[in-house]
Design a protein around this ligand. Sequence first.
Ligand code: GYE
Length: 329
Amino acid sequence: MANTRRAACRALGALAMCAGFGALTLATPGAHAEDKQITLGFAQVGAESAWRTANTELVKSAAADAKIKLKFSDAQQKQENQIKAIRSYIAQKVDVIAFSPVVESGWEPVLREARAAKIPVILTDRNIDVKDTSLYVTMIGSDFLEEGRRGGKWLADHYKDAQGPINIAELQGTVGSAPANDRHAGLIEVIKSDPKFKIIASQSGDFTLAGGKQVMEAFIKSYGNKINVVYAHNDDMALGAIQAMEEAGMHPGKDVVVVSFDATKGGFQAMAAGSKMNVDVECSPLLGPQLMSAVKDVMAGKPLPKRILTEETVFPMSVAAQTLPTRKY
Ligand code: GYE
């Protein structure tokens, strides 16, 4: 254990963290990092969406494949629960902690506790907002700002010859979360130079189907058929909004353009079978294997890049039927 921790400590490159290891360069005879089973504490956001379910399944199966002992907790979308889980992993002296932070801010104190316990932390899926980025080793996940830009560019292209106004109703993800902040910011960045685009309503549906449906019902009451576009920060909320529109006699995908994120099977089905969604910007939840290899690298003392990016694309409705059979989540 001490030997593997030393190696991890070297990978972090943070001398302060290594203060407890006086004999940093001395190998323990006969002991090898590979001999010891690694224990990983993983603090998941919750089970709010199809994306999350796929992510959880892959973290679990990738840990089993990598022979890493996984301690798993579900924070039910509450930061306080995640902080509790991380504290309990620190108390249990796991080798590495990984988590997908529900919101961006407020992590310094618990990350300092992990550092004091010399436990390396890996961020996965969502990023955090901290001044001292040495509080974590690496961040593995998508570029949500780029995803937002991709959604915005698709809209700009779709409406390039149209007269305004194009009224957008935005279904935001969890308030304060990285994907909600960045998918919003990416859209704004693209449409701000074209005054025909107007965001007439914007509210959080907390990344759930029920939340998306409820918020959309309220939007329909207030704005009715003034709404030209629904920009939903994930597929679950888009599917909820589609239900709400259909119940109100509207035609999503036809008289209301639906832009969504994740590219789950549910999103693809809405595009392929019903033509109810117009475009789905991909966000891959399949981060498990990358996470396990990062965990092993940290424990082996290998340096890791600060950011490990996921490769993603955009799927318009026209390719949905042919692509659906290949979707893994
Ligand atoms: O888009 C959404 C999930 O953090 C990328 O969280 C993830 C987001 C994903 O609830 O469906």
